[in-house]
Design a protein around this ligand. Structure first.
Ligand SMILES: CC(C)(COP(=O)(O)OP(=O)(O)OC[C@H]1O[C@@H](n2cnc3c(N)ncnc32)[C@H](O)[C@@H]1OP(=O)(O)O)[C@@H](O)C(=O)NCCC(=O)NCCS
Length: 186
């Protein structure tokens, strides 16, 4: 694990919207191609992500929690968690991305565990779940390594509700931790 001692984790602020959006757009371009259309990934994705993150980070809802991983003042990962999103599966981990050059250094695992801690502390008794593209096998291996169980297959919703941003009807898989406390033991 390289340079782990310089890692710092903190809640995101509105001033972080551009950095989070840039990481998010870059990660989608690298990892979501085929499921998301080239026209979207090579076109509107940056503006779309800036708008989404400015919107999200401008309002404190109490349900939405965005945490950043920073290294020497540079954002190298983020996780967004929404409490109480599903009556069965509980909190939704809506986004988890690590800067491409910083993958496989334990940053994703730290962020996922921090998301679980938020759920444990702020929504006792709630589970934690997420959706991952069926094509995204490396992320599935990551979730399995952290004790997640694949419980359902679904269809990917179009980003922003715009059907042209998808290629056809790609599939996604729900991974769940009914007991988020177990995640902290991995
Ligand atoms: C998926 C992602 C968040 C994981 O974060 P990360 O910091 O790279 O992962 P970590 O270093 O914390 O990995 C922890 C463990 O998960 C497993 N793992 C992680 N990446 C893996 C891979 N590509 N293949 C197999 N196992 C993997 C390993 O067991 C790893 O431990 P090890 O490195 O000691 O073997 C990150 O790779 C990423 O941002 N990917 C692109 C965006 C994405 O797919 N996000 C998920 C959307 S649902």
């Amino acid at each position: 694990m390289a340079n782990a001692e310089f890692l710092h984790f903190r809640p995101a602020r509105l001033a972080d919207a551009a950095a989070v959006a840039a990481l998010h757009a870059d990660s989608w371009r690298r990892h979501y191609r085929d499921a998301y259309s080239d026209a979207f990934l090579d076109g509107d994705v940056s503006a779309d992500r800036v708008a989404v993150w400015k919107d999200r980070l401008s309002v404190a809802t109490g349900r939405d929690h965005t945490l950043l991983a920073e290294q020497r003042g540079v954002v190298v990962g983020f996780v967004h968690t929404i409490l109480g999103e599903d009556p069965i599966w509980g909190a939704l981990l809506d986004n988890l991305h690590v800067t491409y050059s910083h993958k496989r250094r334990g940053i994703g695992a730290r962020l996922l565990k921090l998301s679980a801690e938020i759920v444990i502390n702020q929504a006792p008794g709630s589970g934690l779940h997420l959706w991952v593209l069926e094509q995204n096998r490396p992320a599935q291996a990551f979730y399995q390594a952290l004790g997640g169980a694949c419980v359902e297959r679904g269809v990917v919703p179009a980003p922003g509700g715009v059907p042209g941003r998808l290629n056809g009807s790609p599939a996604c898989l729900r991974y769940a931790w009914p007991e988020p406390r177990n995640l902290l033991r991995t």
